[in-house]
Design a protein around this ligand. Structure first.
Ligand SMILES: Nc1ncnc2c1ncn2[C@@H]1O[C@H](COP(=O)(O)OP(=O)(O)O)[C@@H](O)[C@H]1O
Ligand SMILES: CC(C)(COP(=O)(O)O)[C@@H](O)C(=O)NCCC(=O)O
Ligand SMILES: [K+]
Length: 244
């Protein structure tokens, strides 16, 4: 069994896999992480590997105390990945984006793929059908947009995310909801259209903490899979074992 852990900039998520089967997912509190992992290892004593991808504040040392209990693999740029990386600065490419690209390449062979991850940031990643990672885009995520409006103005309140069923916001709150949610939905729809002018066919994977919330606002019918990064971590690790 493998326990995969995704340290994002907002949340730390985990999942236990038995081969390709997703058994259970977890959400961690940063200051109770070690204890929580120890409990998972007790609950799933057949766990042999802990596989971690971090773009957040936690580095490899945050997991080192667990090394006596489980074999730890911290994913880095030097791992084996199933695509050719055409990014001009591969060493600064987010490891989460590399893992998403690997998952898309392995799960959807021989086709163009667009991965959209709506987390703290929205990331777009495009992998061509000949398995070349081309890059994509980074923009502020849903919560970051709500927080920026509040943090960088004198008068705008901080609101909880709400799905507007209107386009014209008729109050301050409704204007913010329309600007943030409709704005992000239009961005995603617009990006997909831009990719369509360049590539006639590609599959779209929508993931991240706000994927389900946004999926219903999009023009394009896209099936959201919030666990795609955790699943891709499992796939990437299995690929690494076979190709090292
Ligand atoms: N319980 C929650 N706590 C924080 N954010 C949440 C929660 N549920 C949904 N979200 C949304 O999910 C987003 C974070 O998504 P996630 O994919 O976990 O981000 P990251 O990988 O960057 O940490 C937040 O921006 C927020 O809008
Ligand atoms: C863009 C990101 C901040 C996204 O992080 P997330 O929203 O998943 O927490 C992360 O992938 C990152 O730090 N990237 C480095 C820059 C790059 O990918 O080019
Ligand atoms: K993201």
């Amino acid at each position: 069994m493998i326990l995969t852990i995704d340290v994002g900039n907002t949340r730390i998520k985990g999942a236990v896999f038995e081969n390709d089967t997703f058994l259970e997912q977890f959400l961690f509190e940063p200051n109770a992480l070690q204890n929580a992992i120890e409990n998972i290892l007790i609950q799933y004593p057949d766990t042999t590997h802990l596989v971690v991808a971090s773009v957040g504040k936690l580095g490899e040392e945050a997991f080192s105390s667990l090394a006596t209990k489980v074999s730890i693999h911290f994913v880095t740029h030097t791992d084996a990945f199933p695509f050719l990386n055409a990014y001009a600065t591969p060493q600064t490419l987010g490891i989460d984006r590399m893992v998403l690209a690997a998952g898309a390449t392995l799960c959807y062979p021989a086709q163009n793929r667009l991965v959209i991850d709506v987390g703290t940031c929205v990331t777009y990643d495009f992998i061509s059908q000949d398995d070349v990672y081309l890059g994509g885009a980074i923009s502020p995520g849903l919560r970051l947009r709500y927080e920026s409006l509040h943090n960088y103005t004198a008068k705008l309140p901080l609101l909880a995310s709400e799905c507007p069923d209107y386009f014209i916001g008729n109050s301050t709150a409704n204007s913010i909801h329309s600007g943030v949610v409709n704005g992000l939905a239009h961005e995603i729809d617009g990006f997909i259209e831009e990719y369509r002018t360049r590539y006639s066919n590609f599959i779209i994977i929508l993931t991240g903490g706000d994927a389900e919330f946004l999926a219903k606002r999009l023009k394009n019918t896209i099936f959201a899979n919030s666990n795609f990064l955790l699943e891709s971590l499992n796939q990437t690790f299995q690929y690494k074992i076979k190709n090292d």
